[in-house]
Ligand binder design. Structure first.
Ligand SMILES: NC(=O)c1ccc[n+]([C@@H]2O[C@H](COP(=O)([O-])OP(=O)(O)OC[C@H]3O[C@@H](n4cnc5c(N)ncnc54)[C@H](OP(=O)(O)O)[C@@H]3O)[C@@H](O)[C@H]2O)c1
Length: 261
């Protein structure tokens, strides 16, 4: 029934994008994959006009791969303009764009770049539906890999987050792209949010990961005094508002294999 509707996924090989592709294909949509791996670049525009031919909706889950504010901002400004301009030329009907819960409270790094992304993408002529998500369950293990261990202790940023499975975010984005009721419910004046079932500290979820791996390491939360957003991370600036959709599984159940798609 959905076979005639073509939906492009930017960031199709990513943590989130690969789930969006799976969800849409399971629901019978024709999916166009956009990533450099697929020969399409949202920053330079290479291959983009061709990829967008006949596309109804673009779901944008492409991302710059580091926390550096300047390059990440340049990435999102270029991708937003290209998807708007080349999308309009190709006759795309709408863009659905994933963002991050709480970005209004942050001033630096990737989160500040994502704020510029939101502002830039709504400047174009195509209608945009935004969805702000909490940090993904999938993001914890790579993050821990970057943190050095000293005398059996890893110092992790003092932050509270309400982690959510990337698969659950992918389902919500697919609903927003294809279901008029979901879009109408989401569009009551504020940007809709999706988070997991409960708020936890990074030290708490890191401890769960280490226990599963049988690693003898202790996690201590620290606040970097040089980080202008340290207080916002610590005080719950990343946590969802009261209207947010809360979707399982918990991080602990996800570690057990639940909700991976
Ligand atoms: N990670 C989280 O916890 C989290 C939480 C909330 C919201 N988000 C948002 O969700 C989105 C996806 O995040 P993610 O963690 O899934 O990212 P990710 O795993 O790093 O994936 C990034 C994707 O973007 C593609 N990409 C990078 N540069 C590209 C370019 N120039 N042209 C085309 N494609 C390009 C990558 O493929 P190639 O390398 O093959 O090009 C990859 O498919 C981002 O907007 C992020 O802000 C993430």
């Amino acid at each position: 029934m959905n076979a005639g509707t073509r939906i492009a996924v930017a960031g199709a090989t990513g943590r989130l994008g690969s789930h969006i592709v799976d969800v849409l294909e399971e629901r019978g949509y024709e999916v166009v994959r956009i990533s450099r791996t697929d020969g399409v670049d949202v920053v330079t525009g290479e291959g983009l006009a061709e990829a967008l031919a006949g596309v109804d909706t673009v779901i944008d889950a492409a991302a710059y791969p580091s926390n550096e504010q300047g390059p990440a901002t340049e990435f999102f400004v270029a991708s937003a303009r290209n998807l708007q301009e080349l999308g309009a030329k190709a006759g795309v009907r709408q863009l659905v764009v994933v963002s991050i819960i709480g970005i209004d409270h942050f001033t630096a790094g990737f989160l500040a770049a994502k704020k510029v992304h939101e502002q830039e993408v709504v400047k174009g002529s195509l209608p945009v539906k935004l969805l702000r998500a909490a940090q993904f369950h999938e993001f914890v293990e790579p993050l821990l890999g970057w943190i050095p261990q000293q005398n059996g202790v890893k110092h992790v940023p003092n932050m509270r987050t309400q982690l959510v499975a990337a698969r659950s975010v992918a389902e919500a984005l697919a609903d927003l792209a294809t279901d008029a009721d979901a879009a109408a419910a989401a569009g009551n004046g504020t940007i809709p949010e999706i988070a997991g079932p409960r708020a936890e500290t990074l030290a708490e979820v890191a401890t769960l990961v280490a226990a599963r791996r049988g690693e003898a390491v202790r996690f201590e939360g620290v606040t970097d005094p040089a980080d202008p957003d340290g207080e916002a991370y610590e005080s719950g600036g990343l946590l969802p508002g009261p209207q947010a959709t809360l979707a399982g599984p918990t991080f602990e159940s996800w570690l057990d294999g639940e909700g991976r798609g």
